[in-house]
Design a protein. Structure first.
Length: 186
């Protein structure tokens, strides 16, 4: 069993924020692989299905970014999902827009969603860090992540989502270096 998690904030005002790129990826995965209809469970919107013959749960936590770990902890405890089979998609200001880096664990680099997950389940899960670029014009980091994507940035992210879907089998086989390489070559 695998758990795919997309981080974001549930308010409609936040729908197109940079911080919600994880939600965008989960929505794209749900659509491509025809996972079940989203249902409110475990403090999130949960879908289920199969990808490459593996049972998959996909969730968008509704606990707001700073408490994402609570949702994930409840779900993995209930379904007995191993932490090493958890994949979290999230924004990263230290990566250029349109670039992706995957890794296991590491520092939360000030990302409150990752900090919450680390505190609730440890660090032995896979992270897919999706670049949103650095703030411009002395914009504070918190303001930058809560700003909406520009139309050009949306085009980049649609391509990134498509590339992630094309390479998802590499990711779920845990070849994180190859996954990152394939995404960033396109």
């Amino acid at each position: 069993m695998l758990l795919l998690v997309g981080l974001g904030n549930p308010n409609l005002d936040n729908l197109n924020n940079r911080h919600n790129v994880g939600f965008l990826i989960i929505d794209a995965i749900n659509q491509k692989f025809k996972l079940s209809k989203q249902k409110p469970k475990f403090k999130g919107l949960l879908t289920t299905g199969k990808i490459n013959e593996q049972k998959v749960f996909a969730i968008k936590p509704l606990t707001f970014m700073n408490n994402s770990g609570v949702c994930i902890k409840e779900l993995i405890d209930y379904f007995k999902i191993d932490v090493k089979d958890v994949f979290v998609f999230h924004d990263d200001m230290d990566i250029n827009i349109g670039k992706v880096k995957a890794k296991i664990g590491g520092s939360n680099a000030g990302h409150n969603g990752i900090d919450s997950i680390d505190k609730n389940i440890g660090k032995n899960y896979s992270r897919v860090r999706i670049g949103i670029g650095h703030p411009k014009n002395n914009t504070a980091g918190a303001d930058h992540v809560l700003d909406n994507f520009s139309s050009d940035e949306k085009l980049y992210l649609e391509k990134v989502a498509s590339n992630i879907i094309e390479s998802l089998s590499i990711l779920i086989n845990k070849d994180l270096d190859l996954f990152s390489s394939k995404i960033n070559q396109k």
